[in-house]
Design a protein around this ligand. Sequence first.
Ligand code: B12
Length: 213
Amino acid sequence: MAEILDQIVRELFAGNAKAVAELVEKALNEGFSPQEVLNDGLIKGMNEVGVKFKANEIYVPEVLIAARAMKAGMEILRPKLVETGVEPVARMVIGTVKGDLHDIGKNLVAMMMEGAGFEIIDLGIDVPAEKFIQAVREHKPQIVGMSALLTTTMIQIRENIKAFREAGIRDTVKIMVGGAPVTQKFADEVGADGYAPDAASAVDKAKELLGLN
Ligand code: B12
């Protein structure tokens, strides 16, 4: 593999946003395709972050810093990817449910998903059911992620899924749920399609749900 792409992987893992942005620019100038830079540089680097995070070898702050470096690289790469018409792996709408203002975990999931090649539509925090539904209609995602960090707001997930059914869109998407108080048991009870305990597993779960593995 080309040295410059390996360098991107290493700098991304180390969280050096500036170096990643410069290397992405340089790799493109040297003639690497946006796809190569994405798959063998940025996504590969973020994959390594996911593996180490899952194994408890690195922690949330390191992942956030790496994700920021990924974003810096993506900013350079995104216009080129659009030009060459690279299709994202899939599209995901994500948000923190109504009444809940926690977004660190949700952002982490969004960044890891983006790192895995998903297009992310992030609705932010305190997202009511209608806003999720509107986003599904507008963006036609394959997957919707709902995050809840409070025992008082996790019940909102159940309400959202009910509202999806009533709006007739439940079967058009896979619904993935998470957040500290959320469990597999809860996900099953409320009729979600998937649950993941952390951002790296969320990527695996999403791919599994969409048959992308
Ligand atoms: C940071 C924080 C805050 C910050 C949030 C800042 C922000 N921008 O997010 C602030 C200060 C605003 C805050 C406010 C409150 N907080 Co608070 N907060 C926390 C704290 C310390 C950390 C949460 C966090 O970011 N964890 C790190 C991230 C990475 O982990 P995570 O969110 O769990 O996400 C991971 C997984 O859950 C999963 N995941 C998350 N979302 C999703 C989504 C999908 C689709 C998938 C698949 C996976 C997934 O992947 C993530 C990455 O690995 C927790 C305590 C704790 N240790 O959890 C309390 C905590 C969640 N807060 C709590 C409380 C009570 C509150 C307040 C009510 C306090 C108050 N009295 O005002 C308010 C509520 C405000 C509101 N309406 O939401 C309680 C909740 C108790 C409960 N059982 O409900 C906790 C548990 C603290 C405690 N022990 O009492 N809080």
